[in-house]
Design a protein around this ligand. Structure first.
Ligand code: PLP
Length: 555
């Protein structure tokens, strides 16, 4: 009997485990994985809180949109009605330049030096300091992107597996669990994962708004600082993205000066994520935070050690798959600690070898940077004019792989619910995956990030056609909605005359009648917004017979 019951219990556990696993493999969404993990964790009590919590932020619409795209990806031939991916900040516009260089330099990708194989050397390479040749080539490339107005010391650089790893490593170096970093909104949705998830660091938003093109001001900085203090969080620094993801704009010199003053005053750090520095395609020119430090002769001050730059080749060179990022810091302790930590996310030796050869070719890098700029500029113009034809405008931008698009006029109300409603229609009906502003923590509903450099030109044209016809059908529907409302109003006006008697009742009764009419009138005004409610109000009023007896007069 005991054995029988033990078998039954075991069978039940196995069945529930199987069902959860089956639902996971059928649906496969991150949310379902979370539910599956949490239930399992409860069953087993063996997994860490980190593994089962959802502070990674990956269930935001930014990532959910990618999943929807994966289920139904657009393909010109195989799936022409599929979703076009416009939510991915990839740069595919200059691959031919990289491929041309690779064809001319076969040794770099072929594990060879001067025609001789260096396979064994690369296979065994495991120095976490990285290849000196790559570090030198990378700092030179960074200087070239900044018009050689600043130079960088290769001894101050730490190689990491992309900017993702660089940002997290800096959090581990600069803050304790429960400390806070201030970030201007809107910001890159991945920061919730990169800065917070494993480190336990908190993000406090610096609330920027469209009233001044989302620029940072002294008052919003102070406000964020106060907010953090109210929550008993110790502020360890500010993190900005310059050029901004998702705005596609570079920071002004005044904003950068303000930031330096602020971190000096509060004695905190500044991280400048300059991952898009090579995408600045038109004026205003890009000013790196390092330039500001040097211009203001801050080399021998405390502030010098508290400013850190994050860089990566994911955007400027279009190589997110190669996982090459870097931390540049003037603080030797940060450099030493981050170098040790980079063991958890090193760049593979063959990638380091290949890129050191490519980036050391100055003729190539110069040509690449200027051609890439032109291509990005043309593509951004195409997006802006396509949007304009659809009656949509965007924030004026000069950098990045995306535009910050204003669709506030398409919202049914000024709420984030309405933003999600519009986003779903754009993803499921128009079949474009774009990123809603709420996923970037924007404080104003109706803004969307739209990427332009991760697709062929024809696909962008098709995307704009889809958007244009959506907006016109939207406008027509809205117009016909308005027309029918007007028609109803007109018909109400036409039949709106009533004779009201006043001499057949006491004064009190007349007063009561007027009160009833007044409350009916205000309920109509409130419910007028919504047709259904209006009908119900009328129905209610008919049913309850709240009117005094009045007789319509046909005009
Ligand atoms: C501002 C910003 N920082 C960091 C990253 C992560 O880049 P990586 O692919 O180098 O990890 C991104 C990627 O989109 C980004 O936009």
């Amino acid at each position: 009997m005991i054995i029988f019951f033990s078998w039954l219990v075991l069978l039940q556990i196995m069945l529930s485990h199987f069902c959860l696993k089956a639902s996971y493999s059928l649906c496969g969404s991150l949310k379902e994985i979370d539910i599956y993990q949490n239930q399992r964790a409860k069953e087993m009590g063996l997994l860490s809180r980190k593994a089962t919590c959802n502070s990674h932020g990956q269930d935001s619409s930014y990532f959910l949109g990618w999943q929807e795209y994966e289920k139904n990806p657009y393909d010109e031939v195989k799936n022409p009605k599929g979703i076009i991916q416009m939510g991915l900040a990839e740069n595919q516009l200059s691959f031919d330049l990289l491929e041309f260089w690779l064809a001319k330099n076969p040794d770099a990708a072929g594990f060879k030096r001067d025609g001789q194989s260096i396979f064994r050397e690369l296979a065994l390479f495991q120095d976490y300091h990285g290849l000196p040749a790559l570090k030198k080539a990378l700092v030179d490339f960074m200087a070239e992107i900044r018009g050689n107005k600043v130079t960088f010391d290769p001894n101050h650089i730490v190689l990491t597996a992309g900017a993702t790893s660089a940002n997290e490593t800096l959090m581990f170096c600069l803050a304790e669990q429960g400390d806070a970093f201030l970030l201007p909104t809107p910001y890159y949705p991945g920061f919730d994962r990169d800065l917070k998830w494993r480190t336990g660091v908190e993000i406090v938003p610096i609330q920027c708004t469209s009233s001044n093109r989302f620029q940072i001001t002294k008052s919003v900085l102070e406000e964020a600082y106060q907010q953090a203090q109210k929550k008993n969080l110790r502020v360890k620094g500010v993190l900005v993205t310059n050029p901004s993801n998702p705005l596609g704009t570079t920071m002004t010199r005044a904003e950068l000066d303000l930031l330096i003053n602020f971190i000096t005053d509060k004695e905190i750090h500044l991280i400048s994520d300059e991952i898009y520095s090579g995408t600045v395609f038109s004026s205003r020119a890009f000013v790196s935070i390092m330039e500001v430090l040097k211009d203001r002769n801050l080399e021998s001050t405390d502030v010098w050690d508290r400013v850190h730059i994050v860089y990566s080749l994911s955007k400027d060179l279009g190589l997110p798959g190669f996982r090459v990022g870097a931390i540049y810091s003037n603080d030797p302790i940060v450099v030493a600690a981050a170098t040790k930590m980079s063991s958890f996310g090193l760049v593979s030796s063959q990638t380091q070898y290949l890129l050191s050869a490519m980036l050391s070719d100055k003729e190539f890098t110069k040509g690449y940077i200027s051609k890439n700029h032109k291509r990005l500029q043309n593509r951004q113009s195409e997006l802006v004019s396509g949007l304009k034809k659809a009656g949509i405008s965007c924030l004026e931008s000069n950098a990045g792989l995306f535009c910050w698009v204003d669709m506030r006029h398409l919202l049914s109300s000024n709420t984030f619910e309405a933003e999600m409603e519009l986003w779903k229609r754009i993803v499921y009906d128009v079949k474009l995956n774009i990123s809603p502003g709420s996923s970037c923590h924007c404080t104003e509903p109706g803004w969307f990030r739209v990427c332009f450099a991760n697709m062929p030109e024809d696909t962008l044209t098709l995307a704009m056609q889809r958007l244009k016809s959506f907006v016109s059908s939207f406008t027509i529907n809205n117009q016909s909605d308005k027309d029918s409302k007007n028609a109803r109003r007109r018909s109400r006006n036409k039949w709106g005359w009533f004779r009201v008697c006043f001499a057949n009742m006491s004064e009190d009764t007349l007063r009561l009648a007027m009160q009833r009419l007044k409350s009916f009138d205000s309920s109509i005004t409130i419910n007028n917004q919504n047709d259904k409610d209006l009908k119900n109000a009328k129905r209610r009023s008919r049913n309850k017979w709240v009117f005094p007896a009045i007789v319509p007069i046909l005009a």
